[in-house]
Design a protein. Structure first.
Length: 177
């Protein structure tokens, strides 16, 4: 805590009595396209050009150009430009990433069990974390992953290990460092 604020996730701060700070303390912090949150809405609609929304089935992105976005609305249409349907695998990975970004730790066994899977299905990802562990950025204990304090600076890169869409599109994303 510094200057009366506590750290919330990877890049936010709040006073200790704030709802976000309390959710952090209880292990109930959530993350969505708008940042950190205390709830997990089933539907999050993005408003405006290029805004991203989420539904239980996947993600939607509005037209990026304001003229295209306005034109769709003027014609009584929704301004969605594209969507991505999430598989059960993608939803499981999204939960892992959310826990790492919110709590800096995740029990892969617990998350996989809720999905009827064994955490050994993530053996390749665990192996990819070994480099982070060798650098002191994560600690691995069986199927538990904990991001260390120095690792918080590169938590996005740690999370990318579990993001199948990131791996498929490596050339499209900026590097974390």
């Amino acid at each position: 805590m510094s200057e009366g604020y506590v750290r919330i996730g990877m890049d936010h701060f709040a006073v200790p009595e704030d709802d976000l700070a309390e959710a952090t303390a209880r292990g109930r912090l959530r993350r969505n396209f708008q940042g950190y949150s205390t709830d997990a809405p089933g539907t999050l609609l993005g408003l405006g050009p290029s805004a991203i929304g989420s539904l239980p089935q996947g993600y939607l992105q509005n037209a990026a150009q304001q003229l295209d976005w306005r034109k769709a609305l003027d014609h009584g249409a929704l301004p969605f430009a594209r969507g991505l349907e999430l598989s059960a695998e993608a939803r499981l990975r999204a939960e892992i990433i959310e826990r790492l970004m919110c709590d800096f730790s995740v029990d892969l066994g617990e998350i996989c069990a809720r999905d009827g899977r064994h955490p050994r299905s993530l053996v390749h990802e665990i192996a990819r974390l070994e480099g982070f562990a060798a650098d002191g950025l994560v600690e691995l204990d069986g199927f538990r992953v904990r991001v260390t304090v120095p690792g918080r600076l590169v938590v996005r890169s740690i999370c990318a290990v579990f993001d199948v869409y990131f791996r498929e599109a490596e050339g499209r994303h900026s590097r974390a460092l």
